[in-house]
Design a protein around this ligand. Structure first.
Ligand code: HEC
Length: 172
């Protein structure tokens, strides 16, 4: 009788430990999918796929992204990544640069990174960045609420409506 009880408790313990292990494995899998970018990840972006180039004013831009300067805006996607069912995959890297009439970099670089995991659920996991053009210093970085004091996301929300783009991205 005692042995049967022991067996039962052992069995229960094994089940609990197994359940705990498998659930922690699940959350490890989720974490593994999160992509945390460093400034190195943006190096060499000019050799990525250029999906958009435009110069001058745009009703969607107002004063943003050097539109009134006017500067040329070039948008590069790493590995020419495409949205899948309207969402970009974790690890998506997009850089936008500005160039003046001489072709020299101007202003700052702006980036979107699909970080995923638990990051920025209100913004479908996107992380917003702005850096100096030499990729040396982060000027702003964060989620919808924090990056650029919330300005990046509040304007990019328009990419989700009226066929202006998809998943917070205007250019594709
Ligand atoms: C007033 C609106 C507005 C604001 C504010 C704004 N953007 Fe944009 N952004 C655009 C538009 C419109 C485009 C489309 C490309 C173009 O013609 O400039 C764009 C393009 C981009 C792209 C290329 C991917 C895409 O969506 O096409 C990145 C990356 C980007 N912006 C990052 C940022 C970041 C980071 C901030 C905040 C620091 C920011 N943007 C603030 C309007 C805005």
């Amino acid at each position: 009788m005692r042995n049967a009880f022991k067996l039962l408790t052992m069995g229960l313990l094994v089940t609990i430990v197994f359940a705990a292990c498998s659930s922690s494995n699940d959350s490890n899998d989720d974490k593994a999918q999160e992509f945390i970018a460093t400034l190195d990840d943006f190096q060499g972006y000019t050799s990525w796929t250029k999906v958009h180039t435009a110069t001058g004013e745009d009703p969607l831009l107002g004063d943003a992204h050097g539109a009134k300067a006017p500067l040329t805006r070039n948008v590069f996607f790493k590995d020419n990544v495409q949205p899948d069912n309207g969402k970009y995959p974790n690890g998506t890297l997009i850089v936008k640069e500005l160039r003046d009439g001489n072709g020299d970099l101007a202003g700052a670089l702006t980036m979107m990174v699909k970080r995923g995991g638990d990051f920025n659920p209100d913004g479908d996991g996107w992380e917003w960045f702005m850096t100096t053009t030499d990729l040396d210093t982060v000027l702003t970085q964060g989620d919808n609420a924090t990056a650029g004091g919330g300005m990046c996301a509040s304007c990019h929300a328009a990419a989700n409506t009226n066929n202006n783009g998809t998943d917070w991205v205007f250019s594709r």
